[in-house]
Design a protein. Structure first.
Length: 299
């Protein structure tokens, strides 16, 4: 179990590509700088059970799926089917089948995740999906061109209390639905996100350049912070900017702010004299975090 001090020590690392000194693109930290991260991303791509069709009770953890097909995601059942001009998707859907299908995954998690927050994240499911974990319905996501996630902390079985069962019903039967082939199923990656109770929100780090010229650029970093602990903590944002050789070229720190158990925005900014105009092949690293006592709660 992590104590409050650890909950309040937040660190996030991202990449900012400053395009022509005026715009910013965000991405993930390079692997060489990820060794000290405490946020965990656990792939859930392998080891699913799948069956095409609709099955009463398939959302239940105790449902018998032993005879179902075993596969990994990403997966598209449409391209596995037969071309048929009578398929409802029509020519825009490549005359391939759509319909409804079920995915189920059995997995265990270690007991030492107690006290942390766990989310399941889907990069893409075509088209309408319902998701359950251990008999609990997490939600319905219509529309297949968007990623989404659910918190599953309260429903997990850790250690020897497992396994857990994640069930996904995918409905793509309403056809024709598109002007092009869209596929059917869990067509992108699935992962678990494990964070401490005080953490950056999903997509919670935003980098902008409110002003930029040949002589000076201003880089502003806004951090959306979630405090899911039961206590208030003091948070401070520190920002450091690195060039493409790894040398520090700017830093800033915000004033400390108390964070009650709720969401909030913490901001910091830094000035860069004679900024270099950057392209996709020449990234800048922005290190943004909320350190306390030399520890972190997120990264």
């Amino acid at each position: 179990m992590l104590d409050l001090q650890e909950h309040c020590n937040l660190m996030k690392r991202i990449i900012a590509l400053i395009l022509a000194g005026a715009g910013v693109w965000l991405g993930l930290v390079p692997a060489a700088r990820a060794a000290d991260q405490v946020r965990q991303q656990l792939s859930m791509d392998a080891g699913w059970q799948f069956k095409l069709g609709d099955f009463a009770g398939a959302e239940r953890a105790g449902f018998n799926d032993s005879a179902w097909r075993s596969l990994d995601v990403p997966h598209d059942w449409g391209v596995e089917g037969s071309f048929d001009p009578l398929n409802p998707a029509g020519g825009a859907g490549a005359f391939l089948p759509a319909g409804t299908g079920w995915y189920r995954k059995h997995f265990g998690l270690p007991a030492d995740l107690a006290g942390r927050r766990v989310f399941v994240e889907f990069e893409g499911v075509m088209a309408d999906s319902d998701v359950w974990i251990n008999d609990a319905h997490l939600g319905r996501r219509p529309f297949g061109y968007v990623s989404f996630r659910y918190e599953i902390t309260a429903h997990l079985k850790l250690g020897d209390k497992g396994p857990n069962v994640l069930a996904v019903r995918v409905n793509n039967a309403d056809q024709p639905a598109s002007r092009w082939y869209e596929g059917s199923g869990i067509y992108r990656h699935v992962r678990l996100i494990v964070v401490n109770p005080v953490h950056f929100d999903q997509g919670g780090v935003f980098v902008s350049t409110p002003s930029a010229s040949a002589g000076q650029a201003v880089v502003r970093i806004q951090n959306s912070v979630v405090n899911q602990s039961e206590a208030q903590c003091e948070a401070t944002v520190q920002v450091e900017l690195f060039d493409d050789r790894g040398a520090s070229v700017g830093s800033a720190e915000s004033a400390p702010e108390d964070r009650s158990p709720a969401d909030g925005i913490l901001s910091a900014g830094t000035h860069r004299r004679e900024p270099q105009a950057m392209g996709p092949g020449q990234p800048k690293d922005v290190l943004s975090g909320m350190p306390r006592a030399g520890r972190r709660s997120d990264a």
